[in-house]
Write a protein that binds this ligand. Structure first.
Ligand SMILES: NC(=O)c1ccc[n+]([C@@H]2O[C@H](COP(=O)([O-])OP(=O)(O)OC[C@H]3O[C@@H](n4cnc5c(N)ncnc54)[C@H](OP(=O)(O)O)[C@@H]3O)[C@@H](O)[C@H]2O)c1
Length: 290
């Protein structure tokens, strides 16, 4: 089925799907698009769907991946100092037809830089060759140092060069403790989450406290794409199993950032906005990780 965030002959996308007699989506509202955003607790808009570039090599592979993604409609790229490809991410954005302000760029602080957070941030910004990042994350919690690190993160937010700040790989206990002490609450917790598992307590806390729950490895790193339940659901919607995994995350109110370095998969992964997984099938998928 074609993507449906279009208007054709005066009919909007949702109506086209609803009118299509063979559509498994008949009668179901389709209300997400690749442009959908989540409003963060500081008022910033974060695209619900983005490209991850972990393990995408610096140079042409990352530049191409980002350019293909932007051409396919992605407006969100997730990198990190650790990934060593910030230079290529920034170059691809600058060389694309998409304006800087229309792309949401995330990078992350690696724990070894915990004593030099401002310098680490400045280095990431220099590598990206951007004036600001949309989101800066503490990549991993460092027990005993979280409060001190967060104060530096708050200063980066105050400078305006990190438009939003957040955390990654924080447990519900670590996030709860930070939320109680922070002057500026974290806007995002980026954690591993897919149909095959995620931390339910962290998810619940994020939903309750208005911290965006960002799912990394939403494709389970490509393992499990032959799972029987996911395959059965995918067949029902005439979608790939990868697409079902991503759509599940979106319908769980997660931000999803699949990684691919291949043009065809980058397009395939973005083609998840013309169907909606029914409640019954969401329940089947939810049971996979129980
Ligand atoms: N904060 C953290 O600690 C943390 C940790 C891990 C990841 N992340 C972020 O989250 C992003 C995504 O996570 P991830 O890279 O770990 O894993 P992922 O997105 O779950 O899976 C990526 C793997 O799936 C393959 N793949 C992609 N699309 C596919 C498709 N349609 N069909 C079949 N295989 C497909 C990719 O191979 P090809 O490239 O060959 O297509 C790659 O091997 C990362 O890139 C990174 O930005 C953050």
């Amino acid at each position: 089925m074609r993507r449906v965030d279009l208007t054709i002959n005066g009919l909007d996308a949702k109506r086209l799907v609803l009118l299509c007699p063979s559509s498994p989506m008949r009668g179901v509202a389709v209300d997400l698009s690749i442009n959908s955003t989540i409003t963060l607790n500081n008022g910033a808009a974060m695209p619900r769907f983005g490209l991850g570039v972990y393990q995408t090599p610096i140079g042409a592979p990352t530049e191409n991946a980002v350019k293909w993604a932007l051409a396919a409609g992605y407006r969100h790229v997730d990198t990190a100092r650790l990934y060593k490809n910030e230079v290529s991410v920034g170059k691809a954005i600058r060389e694309s037809d998409v304006a800087r302000e229309d792309v949401f760029v995330t990078t992350k602080l690696w724990p070894t830089d915990l004593l030099h957070i401002q310098a680490a941030f400045d280095r990431s910004l220099a590598h990206l060759d951007l004036d600001y990042v949309d989101l800066y994350l503490i990549h991993f919690p460092v027990p005993g140092r979280i409060s001190a690190m967060w104060r530096s993160m708050e200063q980066l937010a105050a400078s305006g060069k990190a438009r939003s700040i957040g955390v990654s790989n924080f447990t519900s206990r670590q996030l709860g403790s930070l939320l109680r002490r922070a002057s500026v609450p974290p806007s995002v917790n980026q954690v591993r989450a897919s149909v095959f598992g995620y931390n339910k307590a962290t998810y619940a806390l994020c939903q309750k406290e208005g911290v965006a729950f960002e799912a990394y490895s939403p494709l389970h790193r490509g393992k499990g794409l032959d799972d029987a339940v996911v395959t059965e659901v995918a067949a029902r919607y005439k979608k790939s199993t990868a697409q079902v995994l991503l759509r599940w995350g979106l319908q769980k109110n997660m931000v999803v950032i699949p990684k691919s370095a291949r043009e065809s998969r980058i397009a395939e992964n973005a083609d998840v906005f013309d169907f909606e997984i029914s409640e019954a099938d969401m329940a089947r998928l939810n049971a996979v990780s129980k």
